[in-house]
Ligand binder design. Structure first.
Ligand code: HGY
Ligand code: MN
Ligand code: MN
Length: 416
C-alpha cells in the first residue's frame, strides 16, 4: 500500500477535550479515574463513546461479552476492517489515559478522516474491549481473550468479583450484553495505541514506542491457612500466623524476581487477610503473585521456585498452602508487517522513536493470536501508571495518534 502523505495529522485539541470529557465519568479521589468494568460508571462511559462514534458516522456493533465495535465503511464493504482498539475500563485508582487513549485516539482518527474527506478501501473499526484490567473480574484482558478463543464464554461469564457478583450478571445488569456471538467478527489487522506505563520513552526523550514484543504474565493465587487466635493471649510458640507466612512468601517473590534481573519482575498487588481484625492473628490469607518476563522459560522457572520455596516456608511454620493459576499469557511477538507500518509512520512524521517491549499486558496480546497486530506507545510522566497521578502531555497523545492514523491508512489503503 502506498504510504499516506506525512502532512496528514489529527486534531490534538479535539482528542484532548474528549479525553478530559471521558475522565469526568467515574472520577477517582485524587484526579484519576475509578471506572471499573461493568459498573454504572463503565456503562455511562460506554454510552458517551457510542454517542461520539455515531456522531462520527460509525455503525455500532456489540458482542455477547460487551465488546463494542464502531465501523467506518470502506469502499470495499467485503474487505475485512482494519481495527484500532483498547479499553475504557480503569483500575480502582487508575489514570485518565491507560486504555482510554487507545479508544479515543482511534475515534480521533475516524473524526480526522471525516474532516479530510479521506476514504479507505478496507472499512476501519474501533474496539472497546470489556474488562481489560482484570481487577474486579480476574484475569486481565478477559473479553479480548474470549474473542481470541483463549477462554470459553461460559467460564468468563462465571468469573466473580469480591462481592460474589458474576461477570455475566453484571454485564446483563448494565445492559451492555450484545446479541453478536463473540469472536465471529474477522479483522484484517489491529493497532493498539497505549501509554507506555514505564519510564523508558520519557527517559530517552523518545515520542513513540514501536512495540515489537509484549512480555509474558503469570498470576498465581496463593492461599495460606493457619489458625485465627487472640493476638494478646496466644503464646508466641503456639501461633499459626498465616499473615507472617505470607510476609515470608512475599519476601521470596521479590528475591525470585531479582534472581532473574534485569528483565523479570514480581510482586503481589492483591492481598486479602481474614478475618482482618486488629486483635486476631490471621488464620487465612489469599494473595495473587504477579510474575512477568519477556522469556517464557524464566516465567516457568519463577513459578516453580515460588511453589518450592513457599511450600518449604509453610511446612516449617505448620501452615497450609494452596496454589491456583488465575491468569497468564506467553510472551508475544507482534506482526512484523504491522510493526513496520508503525515504524514507517513515525519516521515519515518525523517523530523520535525506538523499538520497545511492552511491560504491561494489553488486549493486543490476545488479538495478535487471531489477526496481524501491533502497538504504538507514547511516554507517560515518570513512567507512572495504575496510579491516579498518571499523566501524559497533549503533544505525546497527538504524536501517538498521528502514527496510529498513518499506520491504519497504510494498512487500509487510501482511495484517491
Ligand atoms: O496487568 C496488566 O498488565 C494490564 O494493565 N491489565
Ligand atoms: Mn491498559
Ligand atoms: Mn491497566
Amino acid at each position: 500500500m502506498p504510504a499516506p502523505g506525512e502532512n496528514l495529522r489529527v486534531n490534538g485539541d479535539r482528542l484532548w477535550d474528549s479525553l478530559m470529557e471521558m475522565a469526568k465519568i467515574g472520577p477517582g479521589v485524587a484526579g484519576g479515574n475509578n471506572r471499573q468494568t461493568l459498573t454504572d460508571a463503565d456503562a455511562e462511559g460506554r454510552a458517551l463513546f457510542q454517542r461520539w462514534c455515531e456522531a462520527a458516522g460509525c455503525e455500532m456493533g456489540l458482542d455477547s461479552m460487551g465488546n463494542m465495535f464502531a465501523i467506518r465503511p470502506g469502499t470495499e464493504p467485503d474487505a475485512l476492517p482494519v481495527y484500532m482498539g483498547s479499553h475504557l475500563d480503569t483500575q480502582p485508582t487508575g489514570g485518565k489515559y491507560d486504555g482510554v487513549l487507545g479508544v479515543l485516539g482511534a475515534l480521533e482518527v475516524v473524526r480526522s478522516l471525516n474532516d479530510m474527506g479521506i476514504r479507505t478501501r478496507h472499512p476501519i473499526a474501533i474496539a472497546n474491549w470489556t474488562n481489560e484490567e482484570g481487577t474486579r473480574f480476574a484475569p486481565a484482558m478477559l473479553s479480548s481473550g474470549v474473542f481470541a478463543g483463549i477462554h470459553s464464554e461460559a467460564w468468563a461469564k462465571d468469573r466473580k468479583d469480591a462481592a460474589g457478583k458474576t461477570f455475566g450478571g453484571e454485564l446483563k445488569r448494565i445492559g451492555w450484553e450484545g446479541a453478536e456471538p463473540v469472536g465471529e467478527r474477522k479483522l484484517h489487522a489491529m493497532f493498539e495505541l497505549h501509554i507506555e506505563q514505564g519510564p523508558i520513552l520519557e527517559a530517552e526523550g523518545k515520542e513513540i514506542g514501536v512495540v515489537t514484543h509484549g512480555q509474558g504474565l503469570s498470576w498465581t493465587q496463593v492461599s495460606i491457612t493457619g489458625k485465627d487466635s487472640h493476638t494478646g493471649s496466644t503464646p508466641m510458640p503456639l501461633r499459626k500466623n498465616a499473615g507472617l507466612g505470607m510476609a515470608r512468601v512475599l519476601e521470596l517473590v521479590d528475591e525470585i524476581a531479582w534472581r532473574h534481573a534485569p528483565h523479570a519482575v514480581g510482586a503481589a498487588g492483591h492481598i486479602d487477610v481474614f478475618p482482618n481484625s486488629r486483635n486476631v492473628i490471621p488464620g487465612r490469607v489469599v494473595f495473587t503473585v504477579d510474575f512477568r518476563s519477556p522469556d517464557l522459560a524464566v516465567i516457568q522457572d519463577m513459578e516453580a521456585q515460588l511453589k518450592l520455596g513457599a511450600q518449604k516456608i509453610c511446612e516449617e511454620m505448620g501452615l497450609g498452602i494452596a496454589f491456583e493459576k488465575v491468569g497468564g499469557f506467553d510472551p508475544v511477538t507482534f506482526d512484523a508487517g504491522c510493526v513496520a507500518a508503525v515504524r514507517g509512520a513515525a519516521e515519515r512524521l518525523g517523530y523520535s522513536h525506538r523499538d520497545i517491549i511492552s511491560g504491561a499486558g494489553h488486549d493486543a496480546c490476545w488479538i495478535n493470536q487471531v489477526a496481524p497486530t501491533a502497538m504504538i506507545m507514547c511516554p507517560c510522566v515518570g513512567g507512572l501508571s495504575h496510579n491516579e497521578a498518571e499523566e501524559i502531555s497533549k503533544d505525546w497523545a497527538t504524536a501517538g495518534t498521528d502514527v496510529l492514523l498513518h499506520a491504519v491508512l497504510e494498512t487500509a489503503g487510501v482511495v484517491a
